[in-house]
Design a protein around this ligand. Structure first.
Ligand code: NDP
Length: 288
């Protein structure tokens, strides 16, 4: 193996510590701590784990966590009524509805109901539009975390060739928008791309958000590339990423592991977004 391992776990711990450091100044100015509401509908075990760690890490940063656990048979109307209540609650700065929702609920209808200024997940079309047009908004947490890791490793991304594998609204598209904003030259590839390895051969940066275990092979990569593996795939061998780690690590310059790479950054960025939302909602300036 030649690649450096990008330690997302350590970076995320540092980010959470910086968020925690800024909470007391907010509290002094606003007379309250930032609040994050997390809504979980149903019993999906992976979602329950995420929601528990979000609540725990929110409290560890000195912020307030409002957790709403609703039964799987909750109606869309009842869920929307809860979102309306959280939109109106001045103690709630950020609202996160854990996906996926049960099949009988229209996810888009629920996400559209969240006040964009409390949409700390950055999934509302208003925030997608803000990102696309260069306005202040909320950027989805996973791609935001990937960008932080890339800038920490590479510094200025200007002019670098970046390939994003995947075009979902929560990872691929916002990742491409962030890299474009950072002046990288961005190519998005997806399931309909012809000759995908051809694009990777020239990429200084590869972000893999495919959802297929070991999809990206080392032989596809440009030597020295920085590889960010967003994938979380449950296999018999445990959690693995979208990148074939062993072959990629012998070609890449740096690579994120799974677990311990991008995963921990997602919640840390959620806390950061909540802190920013609190400052904006309370009209308090954020130090940095
Ligand atoms: P989606 O399933 O929504 O999107 C996957 C994308 O990969 C699609 O654009 C799809 O193309 C593309 N794709 C699928 N198969 C191929 C293929 N054979 N060749 C090229 N492209 C392909 O997934 P998400 O974006 O939501 O998530 C991606 C991965 O990241 C998953 O493993 C997920 O678990 C993980 N994830 C991790 C997070 C974290 O915190 N670390 C957070 C969010 C997601 P097309 O559009 O043409 O169908």
């Amino acid at each position: 193996m030649t690649a450096d391992i990008i330690d997302g776990k350590a970076f995320a711990a540092g980010l959470r510590a910086r968020v925690a450091e800024l909470v007391p100044a907010f509290q002094a100015a606003a007379g309250r701590v930032p609040g994050l509401a997390v809504v979980l509908v149903g019993e999906d075990p992976a979602s329950a784990v995420y929601v528990r760690s979000k609540g725990k890490q929110t409290r560890e940063c000195g912020m307030e966590s409002f957790e709403h656990k609703l039964p799987a048979e909750t109606t869309q109307e009842a869920l929307i009524a809860l979102v309306d209540q959280l939109n109106a609650d001045p103690a709630v700065d950020g609202i996160l509805v854990q996906l996926p929702l049960p099949k009988h609920i229209d996810e888009q209808a629920v996400l559209l109901r969240i006040n964009p200024d409390k949409d700390v997940d950055g999934f509302h079309p208003v925030n997608a539009g803000r990102l696309a047009t260069g306005l202040h908004g909320f950027v989805p947490c996973t791609p935001l975390g990937c960008l932080m890791l890339l800038e920490d490793r590479l510094g200025d991304l200007t002019g670098l060739d970046a390939v994003v594998i995947g075009r979902s609204n929560i990872v691929g598209k916002p990742m491409a928008a962030l890299l474009t904003r950072a002046s990288a030259t961005v190519t998005i590839v997806h399931s309909r791309t012809r000759n995908l390895p051809h694009y990777l051969k020239h990429a200084d940066i590869v972000v893999a958000a495919v959802g297929r275990a070991h999809f990206v092979k080392g032989e596809w990569l440009k030597p020295g590339a920085t590889v960010i593996d967003v994938g979380i795939n449950r296999t018999d061998a445990g959690l693995v990423g979208d990148v074939d780690f062993d072959s990629a690590a012998s070609v890449a310059g740096a690579i994120t592991p799974v677990p311990g790479g991008v995963g921990p950054m997602t919640i840390a960025c959620l806390l950061r977004n909540t802190l920013v939302a609190a400052h904006r909602n309370a009209g308090v300036a954020l130090e940095k």
